[in-house]
Design a protein around this ligand. Structure first.
Ligand SMILES: [Zn+2]
Length: 234
């Protein structure tokens, strides 16, 4: 058999082995990715809670301001009452006074609600902070595991690629470049055997002329239909 083709078959086999290892790494890393996602979700929840607490505090301040304004108003009304000249004026002042008191009552109720809300939010905040602490510890443990398990696979991959480099040394560089180009789209089926006189990449029949050339095995031949490198299996 053509020496380059023979080596190319070996290289294609090695690349196939290597590409089977990659999903293994992804699978191991997936458990870590799930935890990292959980962590970032929790951080987002924490931020939302912190913002809600801030907003509630601002709302409390504006209600406190409202109370102060209405207290001042009541003081002024009381002064005016002392100098009131008519029954009508007194009634108007009384109505104004009542309105200001209502506003104060309402603002106090709001403050009560907001304080309760803040206390609930702070409980939630504590819960989330605890979860974040827990998940951070879990992530550290998983990271060590992932590192250990993926480094085993990476070592295997390194060995596989060293083997590939050794073989590649003996092949004409143009052939390697040609193969890598096909590999870009054909992946693990870049070099395929002919079965029942058909390409086992695209499954289309090879004509007799090319088939007989292939059987001579003195050159690298690609499938005229799909462009994959063909060989006759022994
Ligand atoms: Zn084909």
């Amino acid at each position: 058999m053509n020496a380059d083709l023979n080596n190319l078959i070996k290289i294609a086999q090695i690349d196939k082995e290597a590409s089977l290892k990659e999903p293994e790494i992804a699978k191991i890393e997936n458990t870590l990715n799930i935890k990292l996602k959980e962590h970032s979700d929790l951080e987002n929840t924490l931020e939302e809670i912190t913002n809600s607490i801030k907003k509630a505090k601002v709302d409390i301040s504006s209600n406190e301001l409202l109370i102060q304004e209405n207290k001042d108003k009541i003081e002024q009304i009381e002064k005016k009452v002392l100098n009131a000249k008519s029954e009508r004026e007194l009634r108007a002042l009384d109505a104004e006074n009542g309105l200001a008191k209502e506003k104060i009552t309402f603002a106090n109720e709001m403050i009560g609600k907001l304080e309760k809300e803040i206390s609930n939010l702070k409980d939630k905040e504590d819960e989330v902070l605890n979860s974040i602490d827990r998940i951070k510890k879990e992530i550290e443990t998983i990271k060590i595991d992932v590192e250990k398990n993926t480094s085993l696979i990476r070592d295997e991959l390194k060995k596989i690629f060293n083997k590939k480099d050794e073989i590649a040394k003996n092949i004409d560089n143009k052939v390697i470049v040609f193969y890598e180009k096909i590999r870009k789209w054909a992946k693990d089926t870049s070099v395929v055997p002919v079965k029942k006189q058909a390409c086992s990449g695209c499954f289309i029949k090879i004509n007799d002329r090319i088939y007989s050339e292939l059987n001579k095995l003195d050159t690298i031949i690609t499938c005229p239909h799909c462009g994959r490198i063909l060989f006759i299996e022994k």
